[in-house]
Design a protein around this ligand. Structure first.
Ligand code: ATP
Ligand code: MG
Length: 576
């Protein structure tokens, strides 16, 4: 896949329009199937089939975009189907969050379906297969079934129960359903070929006994169909033409076809594509659930989580995610995608859509000695220089302001062009100022900088053509409002967090510094009106979004992403 080759880093930094669009081989299959009328006059029908055992993550977003966009492009429809055949792990909370996330990503399903809607039909088809001599009840234990299955190099062995009569199988299967037998005592298996080179074809289990309450069917059933038996038949019932799933199911395709052929039902077709793997990220509901349960994160929607709800809370946009998914496309080999590529598409989208604001995260007081005491001016600032329709706003300015601690150095290192004694810089949209002296505390820390300003540079315009090398942002001290700012970093320290040393589990690779909380930030007053979910670019810092934890008098911002910081690179190179 494109993103795993050495050029990928650069590709992630080029605008989306110029980035090469990887071909989507699934599209080619659909075009061919339409040409040959493989499904007659049936419309293209796809489905997105999550198991409701956790929240959706960015990997699911890739599948969702493929499923919905492909159908949409060819005038077809997409169902949302909950693959709810595992009663012990599934919950209504997950069903609700999944629907919410799919809609938020911008997609609307044709029908909302549940595999559990088909339990009666699946049972009837199982009976049909028993009657045809294609399925049997097996009394072997799970462990024995595993032993009898054989290996990749050795054929399996027939179960001693394989040749039960149809009558006996029908009787036992019905009694399994009625609840006469304990969990794990019997299963229903398809009777295919114990010598097949494909292990999935060696009499796979179709039903297991599980006396468990189901989130929708309650205690109606105590036998539940296995994924392989339920999935293809559910596809067929919904007349799914192209059933996309990830590559680990490629070996299951012959079984998928076998059931459909034996039952003579609508010939849905399974197509496998590559799973999304992102660097510094784990995309597995099971592992994400562990992070939630063990409280490594605050919940499924912790802004550090790769869940849709997490990155939404962090401030990611649905459009940026869709653009990313379009760029990665789909392929037939697994690879790994740089997380910077996901972030690139977010920055590109946010840059176009969000208002700018001036915020000082780590404040340093600046007093402009020659600015008249008591005077207050308003300076005019463009809300979004990328969007002429975004308009302007007025920002207050007076004698005392805050700047970032980082924007002042008493002793400037080489190539440091920001404020330092004797140096002149531009205060964005306001004035040119020159640092004159500093005030230090008992520890020798600079706590206040004194400056003079040039009244002729109003608006930040040079009065006589003289140049300043740096423009810094500021917030008027008198009008500043307070907020809590949460800065997020990568959740894991390793590009592949599943890579483990001896004795480690994946949580050993968690980044202990993935969250930093700033409590002393100073914000321009306009941000006092911000509501949960509102997004901004804090000038020169990054993209931020108001967190739902915000309450009256207690604003909380999440950093969605930093802007690229070239200074950090220079500093790093210089070894400073
Ligand atoms: P997980 O291991 O995270 O639970 P899953 O594949 O078991 O993933 P499902 O709920 O069964 O999760 O997935 C629904 C659909 O999303 C399936 O078609 C699956 O193939 C697809 N999908 C899941 N993870 C990814 C991923 N990382 N990249 C692309 N598609 C994915
Ligand atoms: Mg799963």
């Amino acid at each position: 896949m494109t993103t795993s080759n050495p050029e990928s880093k650069d590709a992630a930094n080029t605008p989306a329009e110029s980035a090469p669009r990887p071909s989507n081989f699934i599209r080619d299959i659909v075009i061919e199937d339409l040409k040959t009328k493989k499904f007659g006059d049936a419309v293209i029908q796809t489905r997105f089939p999550p198991e409701p055992n956790g929240y959706l993550h960015i990997g699911h977003a890739k599948a969702i975009c493929l499923d919905f966009n492909l159908a949409d492009e060819f005038g077809g429809k997409t169902n949302l189907r909950f693959d709810d055949t595992n009663p012990e792990k599934e919950e209504q909370e997950y069903v609700d969050s999944i629907q919410n996330d799919v809609r938020w990503l911008g997609f609307e399903w044709e029908r909302l379906c549940y595999a559990s809607d088909y339990f009666d039909q699946l049972y009837a088809w199982a009976v049909q297969l028993i009657k045809a001599g294609k399925a049997y009840v097996d009394d072997l234990t799970a462990e024995e079934i595993r032993q009898y299955r054989g290996t990749l190099t050795e054929p399996g062995q027939d179960s001693p129960y394989r040749n039960r009569s149809v009558e006996e199988n029908l009787d036992l299967f019905e009694r399994m359903r009625k609840g006469e037998f304990p969990d794990g005592s019997r299963v229903l298996r398809a009777k295919i070929d114990m010598a097949s080179p494909n292990l999935n074809m060696r009499d796979p289990v179709m039903y297991r006994i599980l006396h468990a309450e189901h989130h929708r069917t309650g205690d109606k059933w105590c036998i539940y169909p296995m994924y392989d038996y339920a999935h293809g038949q559910s596809d067929s019932l919904e007349q799914i033409t192209h059933s996309m799933c990830t590559l680990e199911f490629a070996d299951h395709q012959p079984l998928y076809k076998w059931f459909i052929e034996q039952l003579g039902i609508f010939p849905s077709q399974q197509i496998e594509f590559d799973r999304l793997n992102l660097t510094y990220t784990l995309l597995s509901k099971r592992k994400l659930l562990q992070l939630v349960r063990e409280k490594h994160v605050s919940g499924w929607d912790d802004p550090r989580m790769p869940t849709i709800s997490g990155i939404r809370r962090r401030g990611f946009t649905a459009e940026g995610i869709r653009n990313f998914c379009a760029a990665i496309g789909a392929s037939r080999t697994n690879g790994s995608t740089d997380i910077e590529m996901l972030e690139h598409f977010q920055r590109e989208d946010l840059n176009k859509r969000v208002s700018r604001a001036m915020v000082v995260m780590r404040p340093l007081k600046v007093v402009i000695d020659n600015y008249p005491e008591g005077l207050q001016e308003l300076v005019e600032v463009a809300n979004n220089p990328e969007d002429p329709n975004a308009g302007y706003r007025q920002v207050p300015f007076s004698r005392e302001i805050y700047i970032e601690q980082d924007d002042f150095r008493e002793v400037p290192p080489p190539k440091y062009y920001r404020l330092s004694p004797g140096k002149e810089v531009r205060l964005r949209n306001a004035y040119f100022v020159t640092a004159t002296s500093v005030v230090k505390d008992a520890q020798g820390q600079v706590v206040e900088v004194h400056c003079t300003y040039d009244p002729a540079s109003y608006g930040g315009n040079s009065p006589d053509g003289r140049k300043v090398k740096s423009t810094i942002h500021w917030v008027c001290a008198k009008h500043a409002i307070a907020a809590e700012i949460r800065l997020y970093d990568k959740l894991f320290t390793k590009a592949d967090p599943s890579q483990l040393e001896e004795g480690e589990n994946f949580t050993s690779n968690l980044n202990p510094n993935s969250l930093e909380i700033l409590l002393d930030a100073k914000l321009e007053p306009m941000l006092g009106l911000a509501k949960a979910g509102d997004r901004y670019q804090f000038e020169r810092i990054g993209y931020f979004c108001v967190d739902p934890d915000t309450m009256p008098g207690n604003l909380v911002f999440n950093r969605t992403l930093p802007l690229k910081d070239s200074w950090a690179k220079i500093e790093k190179k210089a070894g400073a």
